[in-house]
Design a protein around this ligand. Structure first.
Ligand SMILES: *Cc1c(COP(=O)(O)O)cnc(C)c1O
Length: 388
């Protein structure tokens, strides 16, 4: 009996992997033996890195390293408890104040990751009987959080505001008096295009819904100091729940929800990924705070601008219209062909990942290029020549 069950499990794992491999979708880990930057070492070779979300080169910035070391030297490393037990440290509070100032919101609350921020926040604010309306291209963590919430789900085709409007109208009729939350990203992570944010804000306001905006790829990218799309479109006060990550352009780790003081207090009491999880090390919070301060400074504006110069450089070398963000997809279509293209690039010294189903729809496999302020002009031109 025991043995039988064991065989069932082994077969399940092995068969699943064979199936994944047969459809050209097997993934494996690649070890990088150096700090995250424009060049990385893979299998003993130095190659140009176009796969990281470290958009400003902050992940290995001296000031972040020093802030983390200083904090760890004084305050130790582990935090030992959740924020609500004895795990809230001065570094967490300082980071949250810095984020709220930078985002021009009343308050913010940080989480261990963007995934945790979504999983904690969305089911806290919407539950059974409420309505969640998602853009089709929303990140996996928003989809998972929406499912976990138990709310009614409606999807609209990417950026299709007519369909969003009809969902909003339906929600008002079918579920009168219930909370309705629209979920969208400012920059879509696999396409690099932007939400039609101003129109979306008009629309949700008209129906009395709230908007949850995931700025994972917008913070540090969009607007003069990378304050994000809500700020650059002048709608900060009308986007009720703003999320962003601290591990991408900010070069640290973790994520935030920014909004009203009331929202923050509510989440402290209701977001399960916040309540039931050990708080991040103070050194991580200190590094993130440093990153936010850099971003707000003239150095931040310079980094954002030099990254735009790289984006413009690649697009003009490839005779493409200028990309809207630091993500430039090259659509290949076939999964195996995208893998081959990525492997060919790796052979000649460029790390450009192939993105496949289930991250993107079947038959829309692509090379996903991410550009950083840390790339030199020559790196960009070399990539432009090497791309298929
Ligand atoms: C990366 C990402 C997340 C998750 O953030 P982590 O801090 O990496 O967990 C959430 N949403 C979007 C759009 C992302 O790209």
């Amino acid at each position: 009996m025991m043995k039988n069950q064991h065989a069932v499990w082994e077969d399940f794992l092995r068969d699943s992997l064979s199936e994944i491999e047969a459809s050209g979708l097997l993934r494996s880990l690649r070890t990088v033996n150096c700090p995250q930057s424009a060049r990385v070492e893979v299998n003993g070779r130095r190659i140009l890195n176009f796969s990281s979300n470290d958009y400003l080169g902050l992940a290995n910035h001296t000031a972040l390293r020093e802030a983390a070391c200083r904090e760890a030297a004084h305050g130790g490393f582990g935090t030992g408890a959740s924020r609500l037990a004895c795990g809230t440290l001065a570094a967490h509070e300082r980071l949250e104040t810095a984020i709220a100032e930078f985002k021009r919101t009343e308050a913010s609350l940080t989480f261990s990751s963007g995934y945790a921020a979504a999983m904690g926040t969305i089911p806290a604010v919407c539950s059974k009987g409420d309505v969640l309306i998602l853009d089709k291209l929303c990140h996996a963590c928003l989809v998972d959080a929406a499912r976990l919430s138990g709310a009614h789900l409606r999807i609209f085709p990417h950026n299709d505001l007519n369909k969003l409007e009809s969902h909003l109208r339906w929600a008002g009729k079918a579920h009168p008096g219930r909370r309705v939350l629209v979920l969208a990203e400012s920059v879509y992570s696999m396409d690099g295009d932007l939400a039609r944010l101003r129109e979306m804000v008009e629309l949700k306001d008209r129906f009395g819904a709230w908007l949850f905006l995931d700025e994972a790829h917008g913070i540090g990218v969009i607007g003069k100091n990378g304050r994000g799309l809500a700020d650059s479109e002048g709608v900060t006060a009308r986007v009720e729940i703003q999320m962003g990550t601290l591990g991408k352009a900010l070069g640290a780790h973790g994520a935030y929800i920014a909004g009203s003081r009331l929202l923050r207090e509510f989440l402290v009491n209701r977001a399960r990924s916040f309540i039931y999880s050990t708080s991040p090390p103070a050194s991580v919070a200190a590094a993130a705070e440093k990153a936010v301060k850099i971003l707000a400074s003239p150095e931040g504006a310079r980094l954002v601008e030099s990254r735009w110069k790289n984006i413009r450089g690649l697009c003009s070398a490839r005779k493409l219209p200028c990309a809207a963000s630091a993500i430039v997809p090259v659509i290949i279509g076939d999964e195996a062909a995208a893998l081959r293209a990525s492997a060919n690039l790796l052979d000649v010294g460029f790390l450009v990942p192939a993105i496949r189903y289930p991250t993107v729809a079947k038959g829309t496999a692509r090379l996903r290029i991410t550009l950083s302020a840390a790339h030199a002009e020559a790196d960009i031109l070399a990539l432009a020549r090497a791309l298929p």
